[in-house]
Design a protein around this ligand. Structure first.
Ligand code: G6P
Length: 608
């Protein structure tokens, strides 16, 4: 979490930094700050609160003249959100400024050593030790000081550093926290993520672990921690610059929900050729696909929820046992990975610390890892043995929608590929499924166009205290995601329950008028879910049902029904989630919440 931006070039730095930070607020937004060199000294302005506060304080950057600087938007880990704890941090002489994303794990030890040597700390952050440690080692050569510091600090970092003595240079360094640098005719840039600089350049370089970059206005050089120069190839970013803008929509979340038909098409169509599924990046023969004995899916948050759906689809279609784990659990539970196991990690950002650690744990045990990743060039994309990209483009809203939808598609494709190779699906069913997959984008569009109806319904629940989502099988997986969406952005307490499990406890929470959303998209389970709906209705619940067209029977047990178009039951998640995303969105809007930046959350969780 936290976002960093740096610029050195011909233009005024502050407005460029502010603009870049505005694209990174999804990474954290409890305080923000900037350091700019004014030709004589480094000035820092920083403040608790949203980036808007910093923009106002600096009048859009105009009160901070200078053509080189670094900026930061924070998601607090060490130290409460406050002006003092906001980055950048100075050394005592105010000649070295630092911004940091990550955690310096041995900061207490370093802080004690520095304090003993007479250094005074102004903040509670781990980052401030980097500023003082640089000061301690700095004898005139910034590279020497930086390399010494990198040898002393443990943990993760993406750093932006500037020295008053070297105003023509900026420095960046990275270990386990994302960092890119970019170059245009106007200058060089540092950023945590591509959207921050997409407006200025498409030429970027991915900084690898324990590398240092020295940036000047017109060129940059890369070094290892041992100061050896490294040659790097630039990557051209293909994203449409508009993809990182709101483009007329009230919120990024709404825009991204509307991008789902395209996201699904983009993830699907390159992999369907002549009515067959071609996943070149999987690079596995049929014999290899047949040899897989078990799949472990590992992820966090919504990506974990797609994994739960993936389990039902992979097991159902390809008859392979699948275990799904939360990455934070998997990494520490000494998982049993047996011969023939394959590990699949799923991540939008490709930077989630726990997912990355799970990947490394699996590789260390000698298992091949497939990454289903959205951000090209991210850490997971680079470290996985194979990468299947979800082509969702940049996702800015903290609550994921389009990346989630793209992950589902990747899992369907994978399941069908396995099923075909293993002979667990007939040719006729396989062909029908391809047709069903191709119809999904239009069907999603149809559901999105029904938004007014959902909005009206959502407005009735703005004051809700608790909402429950229930379902069986894939419908349970859908419920998990629907419930997470609601609580993330509207702060309404919500739970997802396997419908059959309800009466083992949760049913005691149902009161007169409590909203229970029953997801019922699996024809084989229609009758079972209806029984559970009747049970909650009898206890006063208001029952919303999300089901497939034709399931008229459900109207007897539901107070309100949302129908989704008919599809293969394995793919129903892709449709049923749309009205439920819209529901959460409109409840959040109705409550006046900050939809795109919900409190306490960050989009990319790069700490454990
Ligand atoms: C955060 C986000 C979630 C996301 C999860 C995993 O909690 O708020 O939306 O699902 O991280 O992120 P990843 O980038 O690994 O998919």
């Amino acid at each position: 979490m936290c976002g960093i931006v740096g610029y050195i070039g011909k233009e005024q730095a502050a407005p460029i930094i502010l603009d870049g930070l505005s694209k990174l607020e999804y990474r954290g937004y409890d305080s923000a700050g900037m350091a700019v060199f004014d030709g004589d000294k480094i000035n820092i302005v920083k403040a608790r609160g949203r980036l808007k506060v910093l923009e106002n304080l600096t009048q859009g950057g105009s009160t901070m003249p200078g053509t080189s600087g670094i900026g930061h938007t924070r998601w607090a880990t060490h130290g409460v959100p406050s002006d003092e704890n906001a980055h950048p941090h100075f050394n005592e002489k105010k000649t070295i400024a630092v911004v940091h994303n990550g955690i310096i794990e041995n900061y207490i030890k370093l802080k004690k050593k520095l304090t003993d040597k007479g250094y005074h700390f102004k903040s509670e952050t781990d980052t401030e030790v980097v500023a003082h440690l640089l000061d301690y080692y700095y004898k005139g050569d910034p590279m020497e000081a930086i390399t010494k510091v990198l040898h002393r600090v443990e943990g993760s970092y993406a750093l932006g550093i500037m020295f008053t003595d070297h105003p023509d240079q900026l420095f960046a360094a990275r270990k386990d926290s994302p960092l890119i640098v970019g170059k245009s005719d106007e200058g060089c840039f540092i950023a945590s993520d591509v959207p921050a600089i997409l407006k200025y350049t498409r030429t970027v370089y991915y900084v690898d672990n324990q590398e240092i970059v020295r940036l000047r206005a017109d060129h940059m050089h890369f070094y290892s921690v041992d100061e050896e120069e490294i040659q790097k190839e630039p990557v051209t970013i293909e994203w449409d610059a508009k993809a990182a803008e709101k483009d007329g929509y009230e919120h990024f979340m709404l825009k991204e929900m509307y991008e789902q038909p395209k996201t699904v098409t983009d993830t699907l169509s390159p992999r369907i050729k002549n009515n067959d599924i071609v996943i070149d990046e999987l690079n596995m023969t049929d014999a290899e696909l047949q040899a897989v004995k078990k799949i472990h899916i590992v992820a966090c948050g919504s990506a974990y929820h797609t994994g739960v759906t993936g389990k039902y689809v992979l097991e159902g279609l390809a008859r392979i046992p699948v275990e799904v784990d939360l990455a934070s659990e998997f990494r520490y539970r000494d998982p049993i990975l047996e011969e023939g196991a394959m590990v699949v990690v799923i991540s939008q950002s490709g930077e989630t610390a726990d997912t990355l650690a799970a990947l490394r744990e699996s590789k260390a045990r000698g298992f091949q890892v497939l990454g289903i990743v959205n951000v090209v060039g991210s850490s997971i994309a680079r470290e996985a043995d194979r990468v299947m990209y979800t082509w969702a483009g940049p996702e800015i809203a903290v609550a994921t929608t389009k990346a989630y939808s793209a992950q589902l598609i990747a899992l369907y494709l994978l399941a069908m590929k396995f099923a075909k190779a293993r002979g667990t699906v007939s040719d006729a069913d396989f062909e029908q499924m391809i047709q069903d997959l191709k119809r999904l984008p239009d069907q999603i569009e149809l559901l999105l166009n029904n938004k007014e109806k959902i909005q009206k319904f959502a407005n009735r629940y703005i004051g809700a205290k608790d909402v429950f989502f229930i379902g069986r099988g894939i419908d349970y997986a859908i419920s998990l995601e629907a419930s997470l969406k609601l609580k993330e952005i509207s702060y309404i307490h919500s739970e997802a329950y396997a419908a059959g499990e309800l009466k083992h406890g949760t049913i005691s929470l149902i009161e007169e008028g409590t909203l229970v959303a029953a997801v019922s998209t699996q024809p084989a389970l229609y009758a079972k879910t209806i029984s559970n709906m009747v049970e909650v209705k009898a206890r006063g619940a208001f029952v919303l049902a999300v089901t497939c067209e034709g399931n008229k029977e459900i109207e007897k047990a539901a107070d309100y029904v949302i129908y989704i178009p008919e599809t293969n039951p394995y793919f129903a998640n892709s449709l049923a989630i749309i009205p439920l995303q819209l529901f959460s969105y409109y409840v959040s809007v109705g409550k006046g919440c900050d939809v795109d930046k919900p409190r306490n959350l960050a989009k990319s969780v790069t700490v454990e």
